[in-house]
Design a protein around this ligand. Sequence first.
Ligand code: SF4
Length: 458
Amino acid sequence: MGMTLTEKLLARASGRTAVFAGENVWVNVDILMTHDVCGPGTIGIFKREFGKGAKVWDRKKIVIMPDHYIFTTDALCNRNVDILRDFVREQGLPYFYDIIDDPNGHWKFDPSKGELKRQYGNSYAGVCHTTLPLKGHTRPGEILIGTDSHTCTAGAFGEFATGVGNTDAGFIMGTGKILLKVPETMRFWLEGALQPGLMGKDVILHLIGDIGFDGATYRAMEFVGPGASALPMDDRMTIANMAIEAGGKNGIFEADQKTFDYVNERTAANGTKKDYEPATPDADAKFVYNKKFDLSKLEPTVACHPDPGQRKLAKELGHIALDRAYIGSCTGGKTSDFLAFARVVKGRKVKIDTFGVPATTQIVRELQTMTLGGQTVWDIIVAAGVRMTENAGCAACLGGPVDTFGRMNKPMKCISATNRNFPGRMGHRESQVFLASPATVAASALTGKITDPREFWT
Ligand code: SF4
């Protein structure tokens, strides 16, 4: 019997010729990522179990990035970043994307400088899942584990990527290994091309709506077919990112020339490991689910409150009046996301409070230099009335402390380019979050109601 792509990767990483769904295997990890929320706990477990003076298993395989609760005056959150810095210094870790430049300094957010202007040094990068590929830490064929559920984003690059808790991460820190149950694979065969105004976000919201928000629990979601190959890397990232929103263990695309070009460019630019060995699934692999989807038939899609499986079409929701719009996060805060948003709002004004948070500092720079019709993308969005911050990070995607930029501190209805909408996710427990593509968020910000972006798409 043949193996799926996920089985192939787990077989190789466990030193076996074959593994199949349901088996438990010890897997060698290529990259361990952690951030300011889970890093301190992971470090604590590592030290408790391996000893105060223990050294990590491989300095070059650990990537640490503060990104979640950064731009806040909450002293405990600021302290978390300092704990990461102390650990990085003690262990001599090369891949730490610190918020400040002084390796002996302390981080303190200064609210008197305002929320919009940059408050970070030169090493800071931004949201972990967007930063990993941008900084050359994602490679086809590898195993990437992170202390964050959306680590599955890296499956866009033909690797096995999944999120774990602090205990597993602490163990990996000491040994480089993790015990994993091989997931069953669901195959999503994509064909046809997306209509103008549709994005990767519409694809994944459609698929999750089809199977439900628990429809892929502990399963691999494998995205294949000509429709998958035609998607740009950013769309593949958006789709793999939300595999966890259906309960998936991982989401994965087969690596192709687009993947190789993207990865080769980033590893060369950042001096990270260049070599990798992609894997391909066997033709006779066994799937627990196998379904075709015609992308040309999709329409702008929204996941309604209170979970990512509540699928509706944007055009059916014009009766829902909104208080707020939000574009940002590892799902909807990439350059291509803001570009789609700008195409919709160019020369127009938003009607409701709208917040923009680029995922990474590199994206901030790109938006401030890339032009559309003679104006920078950044300026187009600001001119439309959007509050754009240079302080790239997770911001209100995960609610965060009360002073977090864009957080909903009272009950409201928000349309958001983020990935999760369980009650309380973006702040107040009684607020409602509607998940949509950046284009749909933009069109809805212009009208104050959920709106199909094709009305404004040019
Ligand atoms: S942007 Fe949101 S989903 Fe992504 S890592 Fe940050 S909190 Fe998590």
